[in-house]
Design a protein around this ligand. Structure first.
Ligand code: FES
Length: 121
């Protein structure tokens, strides 16, 4: 049984998540489940953070997620630009990061040769 306080807390949490979702920024999500890490997700994550710092990008949120169920395609990186389909890139290496960020994150041009999934918003 939930108390009124629990419900209030849940509502506040939901509202802040909703705000985040509508904040309008670009999201980069790195698959960091066991197989992602084994495939080099830490190095990819660090290359992403370096590239964002180098380009002084604002309004880009980087986060990690767990197992997505596509081990063979790791390292998986999703790019979500506001009001555009969510794009999943597969077999991402640190070397590919600069292209994904330069083309897609900054200019909105999807790097088709690395795409393994597309989800319409
Ligand atoms: S362990 Fe590889 S996708 Fe889950």
């Amino acid at each position: 049984m939930k108390t009124v306080e629990d419900l209030k807390r849940m509502r506040e949490q939901f509202q802040s998540q909703t705000k985040l979702r509508h904040a309008g920024g670009i999201q980069i999500i790195v698959g960091m489940g066991t197989c992602g890490i084994a495939a080099g997700a830490r190095e990819v994550m660090s290359a992403i953070l370096d590239e964002i710092a180098k380009r002084k990008l604002q309004d880009v949120t980087v986060r990690q997620t767990g197992c997505i169920g596509m081990c063979e395609k790791e390292v998986l990186v999703d790019v979500v630009r506001p009001d555009e389909p969510r794009i999943t890139y597969g077999k991402v290496t640190p070397a590919a990061v600069s292209k994904i960020i330069g083309e897609h994150v900054v200019n909105g041009r999807i790097v088709e040769e690395l795409v393994v999934g597309k989800i319409s918003q």
